[in-house]
Ligand binder design. Structure first.
Ligand code: PBG
Length: 322
């Protein structure tokens, strides 16, 4: 049968029919909401390159968590900006470091939240690389040793999930081993398994206080031309014991999310990164497009491609509308 017996417009006729037929939907539980905590701040400070986003002060942190919990958000990914930085990220693994303290206080007042700690050294190194960097090169295995200490200190503080984001080879296996050896078998690992060297991380550098970076991260993050290499990277992490897989950024890599979904049974998380957020914000500020509609469309595309969960800076605004 064809037109006129078949009319596709019947499936789009009214809001009721469109809602009824929707194959994909967004729920509050789909979202992981990022929080930046800056140890140096007494009051929260806006991130200029990300309109609507703040670095929280340790004092204001709980107010912000409460605000988001009231909107129905329950999962948070934490990024820390320490007072002190050095070449080897010593402040990343202190018992009373910025993230360790944040985990303890959020868990004390909001024990039902799900807390994920981004585990990377770029916020803690003076050179802003994601690990020990010598002679223009990242020292992968030396970096793993520091990441192990960092992950352990997060686990001791009560974290639920650790998300190593520095693209180190072997990091999932190394962290699984050290966590298990220290009685933290129940702490999960969310791997930034597929992480591209992307221009869309631009605004994050200000948000995370790591804008001093000289050079780039192309010698450890994936080049955008790759698909098979990306999937290979992810499958290695599955073998090393990852519990979740992240694809990052989101929108330019929908094909990767789709293919990964077919290759693994692990939950897939996509990360709508800072540049994806700020480009919609900037276009909306200029009146070029409708902000909420544009976010909704990009977020639903991430779900449709196969994401089970989405890390998004827009989570609170979407939650208000769900
Ligand atoms: C840290 C990290 C980055 C992001 C998340 N964790 C920056 C990078 O890898 O360069 C980017 C997130 C965003 O842009 O929103 N290693």
């Amino acid at each position: 049968m064809t037109y006129p017996a078949i009319r596709m417009h019947r499936a789009r006729k009214s809001p009721q029919i469109r809602t009824f037929l929707a194959e994909t939907s967004l729920q509050k539980n789909d979202f992981i909401s990022p929080i930046f905590v800056n140890e140096k701040l007494e009051m929260r400070a806006p991130v200029q390159s990300m309109p609507g986003i703040f670095q929280e002060s340790p004092l204001h942190l709980l107010n912000e968590v409460e605000r988001r919990v009231k909107l129905g958000l329950n999962s948070f990914i934490l990024f820390g900006i320490p007072k002190e930085k050095d070449e080897i990220a010593s402040s990343a693994h202190q018992e009373n470091g910025v993230i360790q303290t944040a985990i303890r206080s959020i868990k004390k007042y909001f024990p039902h939240t799900l807390l994920i700690a981004d585990c990377c050294l770029c916020e803690y190194t003076s050179h802003a690389h994601c690990g020990v960097h010598k002679g223009g090169h990242l020292q992968n295995d030396e970096t793993l040793e520091i990441l192990k200490k960092t992950a352990l200190s997060y686990a001791d503080a009560g974290i639920d999930i650790i998300a190593p984001s520095g693209s180190m080879d072997g990091v999932i296996g190394a962290l699984r081993e050290v966590l298990d050896a220290n009685g933290h078998e129940m702490v999960s690992l969310m791997s930034y398994a597929i992480k591209y060297a992307s221009s869309f991380y631009g605004p994050f550098r200000e948000a995370a206080g790591s804008s001093g970076l000289k050079g780039d991260r192309k010698h450890y993050q994936l080049q955008p031309a790759q698909k098979r290499e990306a999937l290979r990277d992810a499958l290695l992490d599955v073998n090393e014991g990852a519990d979740y897989l992240i694809v990052k950024p989101g929108l330019p890599y929908l094909d990767i999310i789709h293919s990964l979904k077919e290759k693994t049974l692990l939950p897939i998380v996509s990360y709508q990164v800072s540049g994806e957020y700020s480009m919609i914000k900037a276009a909306a500020e200029k009146g070029y497009l409708n902000e909420v509609d544009a976010f909704y469309e990009t977020l639903i595309s991430l779900k449709r491609a196969g994401s089970d969960f989405i890390i998004s800076y827009y989570a609170d605004e979407i939650a208000k509308r769900l």
